[in-house]
Design a protein around this ligand. Structure first.
Ligand code: FES
Length: 145
């Protein structure tokens, strides 16, 4: 089974098993590492941001335009930044090492506003994100004065 290494902001390294077909985000969660992934991999946040070690960056598939858009909102963006939910473990990635940034931007509102301005996304959250809202499907609140 491939292995990969997560490097915390303080330099602590965690070498873990990385099953084929899982995303880096899923591998982090499987091992209890602190990588948020607020939209659960639906490309609607940047909270799964990881910084790929330079020697591994060119081994990865190129980021899609949607991933690049989300990366623009990531905290501590670098030249080798990627979204952990978009890196899928394969045999070629055995030994992959990524750094965990020291924080995240919770950029949902900003993302929708920006998307709406560009006409690429409507004013509503994308379908994959509706599930994440605790208010999805709920009746409007009754206000009492
Ligand atoms: S978990 Fe939201 S984009 Fe990766």
């Amino acid at each position: 089974m491939p292995k990969m290494t997560f490097i915390e902001p303080n330099g602590t390294r965690h070498e873990v098993d990385a099953p084929l077909g899982l995303s880096v985000l899923e591998v982090a969660h499987k091992h209890g590492l602190d990588l948020e992934g607020a939209c659960e991999g639906s490309l609607a946040c940047s909270t799964c941001h990881v910084i790929v070690e330079p020697e591994w960056f060119d081994v990865l598939n190129e980021a899609s335009e949607d991933e690049e858009d989300m990366l623009d909102l990531a905290f501590g963006l670098t030249k080798t930044s990627r979204l952990g939910c978009q890196i899928i473990i394969s045999e070629e990635l055995d030994g992959l090492a990524v750094r965990l940034p020291g924080g995240t931007n919770s950029g949902h509102a900003l993302t929708y506003r920006r998307g709406a301005l560009r006409g690429r996304r409507g004013p509503h959250p994308p379908p994959g994100n509706r599930r994440a809202s605790p208010l999805a499907g709920a009746a409007p609140p009754v206000l009492r004065w």
